[in-house]
Design a protein around this ligand. Structure first.
Ligand code: IPM
Ligand code: MG
Length: 367
C-alpha cells in the first residue's frame, strides 16, 4: 500500500507549538516503527486569513478532501474578534467539517490515574473515568436554515434553526452503537424531547437504530439532566450520543472532569473513502489559548493523543496507538507536568518542547 498522507493544519494560538511536538512523534513512528507518513502542512483559521483573506483557502479544502487524514491544531484569537462573521477563523474549521461531511465527532474523556487529583471533582468520582461522547457534527443548529439577523418591525431578530433529518440522526447513532460494541455496550442518548420536536425525532431514531444492536443497553436522558449527571456521577456513562450544540457543551463539561482541557483529543469521522478509510480530521479539544500562545507553556498531550486516534481510526494501527497512549501515561506517572497540570504544591513546569521530548523518551523505552 502507498504511504498514507497526512495534512497538518497547525492554525492559530498554541496550535503551531503543540503541532511541532506532534511532528516529533510522527517522525518517531517513521524512524522506529516503519510507519512513514507523507506529511504536508497548510494554513487554517486566522493564519489563513492573514495570508489569503479567508480562513480556509479553496486549495487547502481540496487537499483536505484528498488526504487520508487531517490533523488540526486550533483556530481563533482576539486579533480576529472584529472580523466579519463569514471570515472568522472558526468558519475555516466549520467548512472543513461540513464539506468533508464529518458527521461523527468522537470526544473521549478519560481520567489518567496520575491526574485524578486535578479534577475539580472529588477523586473517587473521576478516578478511572472513561467515557466517549459522540457528537453529531455537520447539522443541527450550527448549520440549519433559516439563519441570520433580520429586520422585524422596528427591531432586529436573530435566528438559528435546529434541524435534523432522520438519516442524519441515524448515521450518528450508528457510530455511537458501533463504538459501544467495542466498549462497555452502553449508549445514553441525550436531547430535549420534552421541549423540542427535533428531540422527539432524535429519540425515536436512536431507539430504532438500537434495535440493530440488541447487546447494547440504550437509555435516554434530557440534555440538561445529562449535564447534571456528568458532574454528579460521570462513571455511569459509557458512550453518550448527542447533537451538535448539546455535544459542544457537554463535551467541554466532560473534558473538565478529567482535570485539564490540555489532555483531550478528538476525532471527526465521515463516510469511508474509496480506500476504505473514513474521511477524518483529528484535533485537540482545547482551543487556541491566546493567553499563553507563543510562550512554550502549552500542553502538547491533547494534540499528540489526537494523532494516536488517527493511528487507531484512520490507519488501523490500534497497537501503535496504545503504545503512544501508554507512553503518555508513563510520562504523567513519572511526575512530568506542563503548567496546566501544576498542583498547589507547585514545582517547575515543563515547557511544551520538554513535554514532547519526554513522550519521545517514553516511546523509546517502549521498544
Ligand atoms: C469545538 C469548538 C468549535 C465548535 C468552535 C471553535 C467553532 O468549540 O470544537 O467544540 O463550537 O464546534
Ligand atoms: Mg466547543
Amino acid at each position: 500500500m502507498s504511504t498514507p498522507s497526512l495534512l497538518i493544519l497547525p492554525g492559530d494560538g498554541i496550535g503551531p507549538e503543540v503541532m511541532t511536538e506532534v511532528r516529533k512523534v510522527i517522525d518517531w513512528f517513521g524512524a522506529k516503527r516503519d510507519l512513514a507518513f507523507d506529511v504536508s502542512e497548510d494554513l487554517v483559521g486566522g493564519a489563513a486569513y492573514d495570508k489569503h483573506g479567508v480562513p480556509l483557502h479553496d486549495d487547502t479544502m481540496a487537499r483536505a478532501q484528498e488526504v487520508d487524514a487531517v490533523l488540526l491544531g486550533a483556530v481563533g484569537g482576539p486579533k480576529y474578534d472584529e472580523l466579519d462573521f463569514s471570515v472568522k477563523p472558526e468558519r475555516g474549521l466549520l467548512r472543513l467539517r461540513k464539506e468533508m461531511d464529518l458527521f461523527a465527532n468522537l470526544r473521549p474523556a478519560q481520567c489518567f490515574d496520575a491526574l485524578a487529583d486535578f479534577s475539580s471533582l472529588k477523586k473517587d468520582v473521576v478516578a478511572g473515568l472513561d467515557i466517549m461522547i459522540v457528537r453529531e457534527l455537520t447539522s443541527g443548529v450550527y448549520f440549519g436554515e433559516p439563519r441570520g439577523i433580520f429586520e422585524e418591525g422596528n427591531e432586529r431578530v436573530g435566528i438559528n434553526t435546529q434541524r435534523y433529518t432522520e438519516s442524519e440522526i441515524e448515521r450518528a447513532a450508528r457510530a455511537a452503537f458501533e463504538l459501544a460494541m467495542r466498549r462497555n455496550k452502553k449508549v445514553c442518548s441525550m436531547e430535549k424531547a420534552n421541549v423540542m420536536e427535533s428531540g422527539i425525532l432524535w429519540r425515536e431514531v436512536a431507539t430504532r437504530v438500537g434495535k440493530d444492536y440488541p447487546e447494547v443497553e440504550l437509555s435516554h436522558m434530557y440534555a440538561d439532566n445529562g449535564a447534571m449527571q456528568l458532574v454528579r456521577a460521570p462513571k455511569q456513562f459509557d458512550v453518550i450520543l448527542t447533537d451538535n450544540l448539546f455535544g459542544d457543551i457537554l463535551s467541554d463539561c466532560a473534558a473538565m472532569l478529567t482535570g485539564s482541557l490540555g489532555m483531550l483529543p478528538s476525532a471527526s469521522l465521515g463516510a469511508p473513502m474509496a480506500n476504505g478509510r473514513p474521511k477524518a480530521l483529528y484535533e485537540p479539544v482545547h482551543g487556541s489559548a491566546p493567553d499563553i500562545a507563543g510562550q512554550g507553556k502549552a500542553n502538547p498531550i491533547a494534540c499528540i493523543l489526537s494523532f494516536a486516534m488517527a493511528l487507531r481510526y484512520s490507519f488501523d494501527q490500534g497497537d501503535e496507538a496504545t503504545r503512544l497512549e501508554n507512553a503518555i501515561e508513563a510520562v504523567l506517572a513519572s511526575g512530568a507536568r506542563t503548567a496546566d497540570l501544576m498542583g498547589p504544591e507547585g514545582g517547575t513546569p515543563l515547557s511544551t518542547a520538554e513535554m514532547g521530548d519526554k513522550v519521545i523518551e517514553a516511546l523509546d523505552q517502549s521498544l
